[in-house]
Design a protein around this ligand. Structure first.
Ligand code: MTE
Ligand code: MO
Length: 374
């Protein structure tokens, strides 16, 4: 059995990305010299409802397989009629478009204390796009579920770099597969899916962490049980009960992670920036797995008092909203803003995120400091 550390070394990198201008038009692209398969969305782009595709983060364990527009999706297991669908066959199901946040479970890993190994994402392991495709429920309905169907195993066409490395295999419970927001998508932000984001088709599971959003999808199996193997039994699991920072957690005290928790991130001002006296605007995004955002608050006095920020975009599960709070700084000097989001139910973010051994789901209060200049 491969150990987590060996696996991490294969993909280890800081998820730093730089923006480069492409030779076409004025397009900005993400680039990372050592690991092109792991790219972070720059923080300053988390100020809008839709993340432009060229700066949308990329996370691939092994890198993409060859581009194959003719790829077929095999749908097998506990079904009356197993199916094999290519892109044209998929398009005969009713088409759906919805906005949804895609966020890596490891987003914010670099902010957990003590630090844990893995890609050191800060805030850029997420983005929101519109996704177009067909409902997985419609496809499974056509195939006809047999008694005992409880889990849907998901695999893509990407292969590990060597035989000792396990394949990337995920699974979702049948109820989540049948949710009308779960899509087999072939378009992102209105354009055909790019290879980096899973062409020709990928799964979209709004509100659930990115590892369920299997790219280059080619093998879907309806099963009675959850799968075995590294990516299911060891990776992508959280402690069932909260643990002390730095604790080791035996596998039987863990469960697969699913929805990401409520959080909010400030995109502007950037930490360490300088702004002239006058109007100061704090902008960012607020999101929470399968819950709608209810309220976002900003504090300018270290958490003593909070003001409610204005929200833009529609509230709803699986999507983010933009928050904005403006105030006037009449005199020069240092400023610091803290943000926290609430779900509609009133549940809110913890000041410090719950530490866990793999560094998933950081959602502590985000603070930025900047200088107001004369
Ligand atoms: N086949 C396949 N699907 C995959 C992955 C992968 O390595 N292989 N990475 C997953 C993870 S961990 C994340 S966070 C998302 C990232 O999607 P993106 O690269 O489109 O942003 O894809 C998921 N789907
Ligand atoms: Mo991820």
């Amino acid at each position: 059995m491969i150990r987590r550390r060996e696996l991490l070394e294969l993909g280890a990198c800081a998820a730093a990305s730089t923006l480069v201008r492409s030779s076409f038009a004025d397009e900005l692209l993400l680039q990372h010299a050592s690991a092109p398969q792991n790219l972070a969305t720059p923080l300053e782009f988390l100020d809008r409802l839709i993340t432009p595709t060229p700066v949308f983060f990329v996370r691939s364990h092994f890198g993409p397989p060859a581009l194959d527009p003719a790829r077929r999706l095999r749908i097998s297991g506990l079904l009356r009629t197993p199916l094999e669908l290519d892109a044209a066959a998929l398009r005969r199901f009713p088409e759906v478009t919805l906005p949804a946040v895609l966020q890596c479970a490891g987003n914010g890993r670099a902010l957990h204390e003590p630090r844990v190994p893995g890609i050191q994402w800060i805030h850029g392991g997420m983005g929101q796009a519109t996704w177009t495709g067909v409902r997985l429920a419609d496809v499974l309905g056509r195939a006809g579920l047999l008694p005992g169907a409880e889990h849907v195993w998901l695999a893509g066409a990407d292969l590990p770099p060597k035989p000792s490395v396990p394949r990337f295999l995920r699974s979702i419970p049948l109820a989540r597969a049948l949710d009308p927001s779960t899509l087999i998508a072939y378009r992102m932000n209105g354009e055909p899916l790019s290879l980096a984001h899973g062409a020709p088709f990928r799964l979209v599971v709004p509100g659930w962490a990115g590892d369920h959003w299997v790219k280059w999808l080619n093998d879907l199996r309806v099963q009675k049980d959850e799968p075995e193997g590294f990516y299911y039994q060891t990776g992508y699991r959280l402690p069932i009960e909260p643990v002390a920072p730095g604790a080791s957690v035996p596998p039987e005290k863990t469960r697969p992670l699913t929805t990401f928790p409520v959080k909010s991130i400030i995109a502007q001002p950037l930490d360490g920036s300088r702004k002239p006296v006058g109007e100061q605007v704090i902008v960012g995004v607020a999101l929470s797995g399968e819950k709608a955002i209810g309220k976002v608050e900003v504090s300018l006095d270290g958490g003593a008092t909070w003001r409610t920020a204005a929200l833009e975009g529609d509230a709803g599960p699986g999507r983010w909203q933009v928050f904005r709070h403006a105030f006037t700084a009449a005199t020069p000097g240092p400023k610091r803003a803290i943000v926290r989001a609430y779900e509609a139910s009133g549940a809110t973010q913890p000041e410090k995120a719950a530490w866990n051994p793999s560094g998933y789901f950081w959602n502590g209060w985000h603070a930025v400091s900047w200088e107001v200049t004369a």
